[in-house]
Design a protein around this ligand. Structure first.
Ligand code: ADP
Ligand code: MG
Length: 842
């Protein structure tokens, strides 16, 4: 870290402060390094100034959104912040409603809801309102709120308890939906069989002028000849389906009315309630045009689709959870002799020490044994904030080390973090508002028109002398034929299809609006190391004193960079060859076994690591880092590094006590097919930018690609974030990355895509995870997004078929209940058939 020397103004791009003698200036503007200057040169000064960027190169911002962050008031001195899980929140209207409910509560200063994660974040004054009161207030109108795990005053055991109740709730919501659906099917079938047998023939005959209710009721022998017994039964059975199965729809419709924000729930509720009321009035008037079947079939099928949607999301969540868990099923045990061994988390004993490297997830609860580090506890608290920890502080399993490395002593509850992960993963992106769905936008236009039409039609029939009952029937029939309720069926089917088909292809999307947002992407930014290259590095050559190499390997154990892995791995082999007397059983069964020395200080920089090992200060990293920290580098070493560069390799300079002493040459290969992926994106008219913390010589292999608009090398992590912001002033930016130092950039971009092999920190900060670690999946993601959008449009178009069929019939006076049912079945069937087709083989 730059320290006490005299400082210039901060870097105009990334905001880092730099010593005077290191400043790079251009036209009187000051930069911290050539990388930042080049970005400024390439992109100009437009866009947000990077005041918000972290100024010290540490990772601050995983899991939050750029837009969110700026409008995100932090709690002031006396205020607290809590996260509530609210079951039943399922659209943008619910968000608005629950925010208004919360904000109406005394003592609440801010509320932000997200239907995607069913979470609401509330900032409040604990002296004026309690969490329990907030929970009660939010549990209204069928929503059910529970306090999410976490909060500074909660002990781990309490976290465990509230986690369990979360789990029950999560299961609960699916079960309740399934139960509602099942009840709809059972009651509906009971009802529909006799209904169809008795009524359809009568209704059809009535179309030809003959059928009457009495005729069929008496012909069937039920109801004693006047039909008055069977019809109340229909009324009750339909009522049960409407109120029990259709409750989520009725509740959504009520909220949408209350918020004056029409949504698809209202679009479904209007015709099913109209059909019910209409049928009841018609029945009392002794008429045959009864539509109870429509209420049942529409309510049950829409609820079925919503149920299916929630199952798909659950499956995506499971996939994501497995991915996240795979990062923590193993732990790096730190032996008494200073060696590390990979062990199963369950094999850890309380009191043992564990090493967690930067960007990795802490596998178990524990106490920091030595040194200091920064962790992000979003998984526990829901809030992404860097928390610094000193030796002796408690750390929770599931949190991520964002800066430095952690050596911790395992607490008694060793499996807690996995349990915590299973329930919390889905909620990591809390506070991110969902986007209003296309169908909801349509609903807000259509509903006022249809309702207006219904009122006019009712008034019209009064004017021409009809009685009140007939006028009401006229108004109701307009609602019944005019509301495109099938949009409420199309949306969950479209969402479920895109989530499922993406997951099948190893693309885990965190919420359904991601595909909609991908439409507007103007720029895709790629990280280089580990993203365009494999990141599977090998040490090709090491030209340094062997005792220094040993110390360097010890230090690199704590770093998570691929170069560090390569150095550690190579050293293990040499260590084994040189010292066969050491017990090395661990290697044979697949665990690694590394040299470790007494490390008293460890600092991780953007381009290397520094530390004190056995009283010697050691520095490992690229040439820039040596220059930045003022370490001397001999000409011989500079030449060695330059040579390695010309052959496309990565020179890692190593030194101790202020002087570079050697170079380790590491090789990294471009990923197979990287150029095809870029070409594919470029064909879509998307600008491509490559950002790397590595220096310029390492980007030579990119020169041959015509599609790349800019390559910015030597950019520090804070500069990557600032670059994304500058690009955002030109359009929507997507970032593809894998590493720890990409996390802030992934979170700042409008959309972040992380590669599966990347660190936990990167995947938490991203919106899309490519689990198979396959770069080609970036192209597939865009293809799927296009296809999913087309499918949504098709489905929304198909949904209008119902109205296309019923409206002309109604206008010409030919609307028979049997025809209306035919239109319902045709529309629903077509929608289902269209939705289950594969997205990419159109
Ligand atoms: P990119 O932005 O392309 O992913 P990184 O930011 O990961 O590149 O790394 C930039 C450079 O920093 C690397 O090429 C390497 O020289 C250096 N570096 C970073 N961490 C380490 C480390 N732990 N050991 C050695 N070199 C490192
Ligand atoms: Mg990288």
């Amino acid at each position: 870290m730059p320290s006490s020397q005299s400082l210039s103004p901060p870097c105009a791009l990334c905001g880092r402060a730099v010593p005077d003698d290191r400043v790079v200036a251009e036209d009187d503007i000051v930069f911290c390094c050539d990388g930042c200057r080049n970005v400024h040169r390439g992109l100009g000064s437009d866009g947000v100034h990077s005041q918000m960027a972290p100024t010290d190169g540490t990772i601050h911002e995983s899991g939050t959104r750029a837009g969110e962050r700026e409008a995100d008031p932090r709690p002031t001195g006396t205020e607290e912040r809590a996260f509530f899980q609210v079951d039943g929140m399922h659209c943008a209207t619910c968000e608005a409603f629950l925010e208004s409910v919360a904000e109406g509560c005394e003592g609440v200063t801010d509320a932000a809801a997200s239907y995607v994660t069913e979470t609401i974040r509330i900032t409040y004054d604990p002296d004026r309102v309690s969490k329990e009161t907030l929970c009660d207030t939010l549990s209204t109108l069928g929503y059910s709120a529970t306090l999410r795990a976490g909060g500074s005053d909660d002990a781990p055991t309490i976290i465990g308890q509230s986690r369990r109740s979360d789990e029950q709730n999560e299961r609960g919501i699916d079960e309740v939906l399934g139960f509602r659906y099942a009840a709809g099917v059972i009651f509906g079938t009971f009802m529909l069989l006799p209904y169809a047998v008795l009524l359809y023939p009568a209704q059809l005959s009535s179309f030809f002028g003959e059928g009457t209710l009495d005729m069929y009721a008496s012909a069937s022998g039920i109801g004693g000849g006047d039909g008055l017994l069977i019809l109340p039964l229909f009324l009750v059975l339909t009522g049960v389906v409407l109120v029990f199965t259709g409750l989520p729809l009725l509740q959504g419709a009520y909220v949408s009315l209350k918020m004056r924000q029409p949504n698809t729930d209202l679009l479904v509720a209007l015709p099913i309630v109209s059909a019910y009321v209409y049928s009841t009035i018609a029945f009392l008037l002794g008429r045959i045009d009864i539509f109870y079947d429509l209420t049942i079939v529409v309510a049950a099928s829409v609820v079925a689709a919503i149920f299916y949607e929630s199952l798909s999301k659950q499956r995506a969540m499971d996939r994501l959870t497995n991915l996240t868990i795979s990062h923590v099923t193993e732990a790096r045990r730190y032996g008494a002799d200073g060696t590390t061994t990979m062990v199963d988390v369950h094999g850890l004993e309380p009191g043992e020490r564990v090493l967690v490297r930067e960007g990795e997830r802490i596998p178990v609860d524990g106490v920091l044994a030595e040194g200091e580090c920064t962790v992000d506890e979003a998984i526990v608290t829901g809030e992404s904030l860097p928390v610094s920890k000193q030796a002796g502080d408690e750390v929770v399993g599931g949190a991520i080390v964002t800066n430095g490395a952690a050596v911790l002593t395992v607490s008694d509850e060793t499996t807690s973090s996995i349990d915590r992960l299973i329930t919390s993963v889905w909620n990591l992106q809390s506070g991110d508002h969902g986007v209003q769905r296309q169908a909801d936008r349509l609903a807000s236009v259509i509903i006022p028109v249809v309702v207006g039409g219904a009122v006019l039609a009712g008034l019209g029939s009064l004017l021409v002398g009809a009685g009140i009952p007939v006028a009401v029937l006229t108004a109701l029939v307009v609602l019944l034929v005019g509301c495109p309720w099938a949009l409420g069926l199309a949306t969950p089917l479209s969402v479920a299809t895109s989530i499922e088909q993406a997951v099948e292809r190893g693309i885990v999307i965190f919420d359904e609006t991601v595909f909609e947002r991908l439409r507007d992407v103007d720029v895709v930014v790629f990280d280089k190391t580990g993203t365009l290259t494999t990141g599977q590095m090998d040490v090709l050559e090491a030209d340094a004193p062997s005792d220094l190499l040993a110390i360097v390997a010890a230090l690199e154990q704590r770093a998570s960079h691929p170069a560090a892995d390569a150095i550690v791995n190579t050293f293990v082999q040499r260590n084994q060859e040189g010292d066969r007397s050491r017990a090395d059983g661990g290697v044979a069964d697949g665990s690694d076994h590394e040299y470790a020395a007494d490390i008293t200080e460890f600092t991780s920089h953007a381009t290397g690591v520094e530390g004190v090992v056995e009283d010697t200060r050691v520095l490992v990293g690229n040439l820039d880092l040596f220059a930045e920290l003022g370490w001397s580098v001999s000409e011989r070493i500079e030449t060695r590094a330059a040579e390695a560069r010309t052959t496309g390799h990565l020179p890692v300079v190593v030194g101790r006590d202020g002087h570079a002493e050697g170079v380790i040459v590491v090789g990294d290969e471009p990923r197979a097919g990287w150029d095809d992926t870029l070409t594919q994106l470029n064909d879509r008219d998307i600008d491509i930018v490559v950002l790397t913390g590595d220096d310029e010589a390492a980007t030579d292999f990119l020169d041959s690609h015509p599609g790349i608009d800019h390559v910015f090398a030597g950019v520090p992590p804070a500069g990557k974030t600032a670059t994304i912001r500058r690009l955002q002033s030109r359009g929507q930016v997507t970032m593809v990355g894998d590493g720890t130092n990409d996390a802030p950039a992934l979170a700042t971009a409008d959309l972040g895509i992380s590669l599966g092999g990347g660190t936990a920190l990167a995947s938490d900060a991203a919106d899309i995870s490519l689990v198979d670690d396959d770069l080609a999946a970036v192209g597939t993601t865009f293809d799927l997004a296009d296809a999913a959008r087309r499918r949504v449009k098709q489905n929304n178009g198909l949904a209008l078929l119902y109205n296309g069929l019923t409206m002309p019939l109604a206008a010409t006076g030919l609307l028979n209940p049997v025809f209306a049912m035919g239109a319902v079945v045709a529309t629903g069937g077509l929608l289902a058939a269209n939705s289950f087709r594969d997205l990419l083989t159109e």
